[in-house]
Design a protein around this ligand. Structure first.
Ligand code: SF4
Length: 175
């Protein structure tokens, strides 16, 4: 069985980044695409935001707090864009359920997609330990979220899932 993997659309070269830029297509991602594994998503665009769009950050950088309603996502100008971020996270969970997703590769440090770090809400480029809103939702749903610098680990996690499914399970002793 080849498990599917949820991938940030901007890592696939789709023009969805807030600044309209693109990323180089990475070899691992190209291989997954050829295997039909990739479920692409851009939580911000699918949550209803335009491209290009104003930069946004979560004060404190904790996407889980946005899910819990104790923090908001704000643009540089102070506009509250929490709604589209929550909608994007909801769409990610829906895709994960529909496709049996257990592994995701999402863009590092995005207020939606970041898995380990985020910007702190001061728009000064200051990074803190944290995560984006969609990444937090997926993590809570039991999906392992990697970023584009962790593709080897993501590939290993995906292949382990494939092998687990393919393994012939011996009958379990009673002991
Ligand atoms: Fe979309 Fe996530 Fe990429 Fe931002 S980081 S452009 S939300 S896929």
């Amino acid at each position: 069985t080849k498990h599917k993997v949820l991938v940030s659309r901007c890592l696939l070269g789709h023009r969805v980044r807030y600044d309209g830029g693109t990323q180089e297509r990475l070899a691992v991602l190209a291989a997954w695409e050829a295997e039909g594994r990739i479920v692409p998503v851009c939580p911000e665009v699918e949550g209803g935001l335009p491209t290009p769009r104003p930069r946004a950050e979560i004060p404190g950088g904790r996407g889980a707090q946005v899910l819990d309603g104790t923090e908001r996502v704000l643009t540089h100008e102070g506009a509250d864009v929490t709604g589209p971020y929550l909608e994007g996270a909801r769409i990610c969970l829906e895709l994960a359920a529909r496709h049996g997703i257990r592994v995701a590769v999402l863009k590092a440090r995005s207020p939606s997609c970041g898995n380990r770090e985020a910007y702190d809400g001061t728009f000064t480029g200051t990074r803190v330990t944290g995560e984006g809103v969609a990444a937090a939702a997926l993590r809570r749903a039991g999906v392992r979220v990697f970023n584009e610098d962790e593709l080897d680990a993501a590939r290993a996690a995906l292949e382990a899932l494939d092998h687990l499914d393919d393994a012939v399970r011996p009958p379990q002793p009673d002991s």
